[in-house]
Ligand binder design. Structure first.
Ligand code: NAD
Ligand code: MG
Length: 380
């Protein structure tokens, strides 16, 4: 089936790679959205000719309207524009490549419109995973993972007839740029160092999350929600080479793994073509040129964010929204030079300690927990 795409966050790292896949597979694009970058969105709109182009920022949307005045592309603004792109009748597939909780309401809009969702925006499942998965079932929306680890798990689960046969999901983690560093050395880390990931080129927020290992914590919660697994059936292993993207251990101790080049276009493409596979833009993996594959336990003492995420996962309810909101705010402060690298984990820990968790939250409770966590982190 040839899918028609709406890409939320098309100017970001995942958004741009999604357009490369769309080009290679000749998939039509019905909507594109960005936050502020009207110049790049104009370029993308001229190339892919969507029906709708949206800038969340009002000034950027006004600029985009002028830029696209000679084209038939309709321009919309603000969070309402994003919701419209998410539910656009012309698109059957919505790629959620917005960063942060800003992706939550558009994802819910796509779910309620019964779309296939190629989900990159992990923060959505971290904050409101149960709500999103329940509504997806109710509205018949398919949620397919774009995150490379979750795509690997999804691929290893393809032959599984009974989820009860799964003993453990094993998430691999590259360890980030500071693998092996001591607590003392991490105190001096600068934003420029944190933004240099050894294996992947990504947006700023997820790059910092990869450096603190919070990214693996968020992925842990994402895996629980996507595959309905309790926390004790998920584990994390450091695999520096980023060649195995994750593994599934079955009850007979057979372990299935998915291997491939470190290239996000493969999981993006699989979320668009599943259950089919097609040739695409990704280069092959040459086993004879691979480095040796290594595995180590994560260092929870030097990287406390991973432990905090596991704690929030076990608490459940709004604890995961507090974790995410506090982390988004703390990462923002770190990138602005207003907070040290270890300060990120310290503030997330304080937010979890001070804000009590509400179980079985609706959207209002989730958004309230997010706001409270941000305010607490910013005011400290
Ligand atoms: P990015 O910062 O490169 O891009 C983010 C996109 O979202 C941009 O188009 C930006 O304009 C838009 N955006 C940001 N804030 C917005 C707001 N408030 N309202 C509307 N639009 C907004 O980020 P990225 O690296 O592409 O990551 C996107 C998502 O995918 C994140 O949730 C990330 O965790 C996830 N992800 C990324 C990668 C990767 O390799 N980059 C891998 C796995 C998962
Ligand atoms: Mg990932």
């Amino acid at each position: 089936m040839r899918r028609t795409l709406s890409i939320l966050g098309s100017t970001g790292s995942i958004g741009r790679q999604t357009l490369e896949v769309a080009q290679a597979l000749d998939l039509p694009v019905a909507a594109l959205t960005a936050h502020q970058n009207a110049a790049l969105l104009e370029e993308q709109a001229r190339r892919f000719r969507p029906e709708l182009a949206v800038c969340a920022g009002p000034a950027a949307a006004a600029d985009l309207k002028v830029r696209l005045a000679d084209t038939p592309v309709r321009v919309a603004a603000g969070p309402e524009g994003l919701l419209e792109a998410a539910a656009l009748p012309a698109a059957d597939t919505v790629v959620t490549a917005v960063v942060g909780i800003a992706g939550l309401e558009p994802t819910l809009a796509a779910v309620r419109a019964g779309k296939r969702i190629a989900l990159a925006n992990k923060e959505t499942l971290v904050c409101a995973g149960e709500l999103v998965m329940d509504q997806a079932e109710e509205y018949g929306a398919e949620i397919l993972p774009v995150d490379s680890e979750h795509s690997a798990l999804f691929q290893c689960l393809q032959g599984c007839r009974d989820r009860g046969e799964v003993r453990r999901l094993i998430l691999t983690a590259s360890g980030g740029p500071f693998f092996g560093w001591s607590r003392e050395a991490l105190a001096e880390v600068t934003p420029a160092q944190a933004l240099k990931h050894p294996n992947w080129s990504m947006g700023a927020k997820i790059s910092v999350d990869s450096a603190t290992l919070m990214n693996k914590g968020l992925e842990y919660i994402e895996a629980m929600r996507l595959y309905h697994m309790p926390p004790e059936k998920i584990s994390v292993v450091i695999h520096r080479e980023s060649i195995i993207h994750s593994l599934v251990e079955y009850c007979d101790y057979a372990v299935l793994a998915q291997l491939g080049a470190a290239d996000m276009r493969l999981p993006i493409q699989y979320a668009l073509t599943w259950p089919e596979r097609t040739p695409g833009p990704v280069r092959p993996l040459n086993l004879l040129e691979c480095p040796s594959l290594t595995f180590q336990a994560p260092d929870l003492d030097a990287f406390p964010c991973l432990g905090l995420a596991l704690e929030a996962a076990r608490t459940g309810g709004t604890a995961t929204a507090v974790l995410n909101g506090a982390n988004e705010a703390a990462v923002g402060l770190f990138l602005a030079g207003k907070l040290s690298f270890p300060g990120i984990a310290q503030r997330v820990a304080l937010a979890l300690e001070r804000l009590p968790a509400v179980q079985k939250p609706g959207l209002t409770e989730v958004l309230g927990a997010d706001q409270a966590a941000r305010a607490l982190v910013t005011d400290l």
